[in-house]
Design a protein around this ligand. Sequence first.
Ligand SMILES: C[S@@+](CC[C@H](N)C(=O)[O-])C[C@H]1O[C@@H](n2cnc3c(N)ncnc32)[C@H](O)[C@@H]1O
Length: 303
Amino acid sequence: MDDSVSADRALRLIRGGSTLRWEGDFQNARQLLAALGRRTRRVQQLNSLLIATSDYEIRLRRAPDVRHACRQAYGPPTGDRLIPLRELLGVIGAHQLRERGIYLPALNARIHPHYGVFAPTRSEYVDLIAAEPVPPTTKVAFDIGTGTGVLAAVLVRRGIQKVVATDNNPRAVACAQENLQGTVEVLETDLYPPGQADLIVCNPPWVSKRPRTLLDTAVFDEDSRMLRGLLYGVREHLNPGGEAWLIMGLRSRDELLTMFREAGLRVVGRSSAVPTHRRARADETTDLWRLCPSDAAPFVEEA
Ligand SMILES: C[S@@+](CC[C@H](N)C(=O)[O-])C[C@H]1O[C@@H](n2cnc3c(N)ncnc32)[C@H](O)[C@@H]1O
């Protein structure tokens, strides 16, 4: 398939079950993909435009050098490989973001996300964690589902002596280790590390839906498995007098309050931020819920 094909014809072929191996100019392939994107939203169809790579090298006119970006995303090269152009553009974008990093005012530093790891491009939840008063006896904190390690980094910056971070995605663990530079112990595990903490922080995937791709696992949580696991583990992993801080958006309040109650937790506070991103709904908020076991004595902030 080359530069002479129209978007309408390409889409007809794709709908007929073909995959299209691109032989023309790379930049024209990008334009074709954009034109296809205006005609269909089906990811499977958009992924049918393929680019041939040989040890991650693209031998097409005006093709960028993607070898480094592909090695970061897929590991060492394994010879000839056809990669959907749409995926390849994601790999290139992720590489650029990793190199550039995301500046976070709460850290006065940059965080460098890896491919396949949740990137803190919206920072309002980071600011919530940076501003909330930490109970004064806090010595040990857990950051569950640490992603890039951004919230663990905020906890370290806030002076908490020992922070342990976990994630079940090995890419996230490698990414957090790189960002945190040995200031935090980072473990690859499901939910909690062994032991107890005075503060448990978690920004879980917000949407209760089945993840279909690697990238989905940071935002989709099928049947709220992670959220429930996190909440049900709080009582076992929290030291007396401690708090769990849950970052959450998009979910109904009633659904959350029911889950808290079922997990034997009560709400001791809530702070909210209004998301500033373009697609935020008018009434959307991002919330930091402060929770403690329902039978624990309330923490009273000193005047
Ligand atoms: C929304 S991202 C948040 C990442 C990071 N804490 C932040 O705030 O930017 C959710 C993270 O939870 C991780 N995760 C999902 N299920 C998990 C589980 N069962 N145990 C540990 N981590 C999990 C995902 O891999 C992802 O990194």
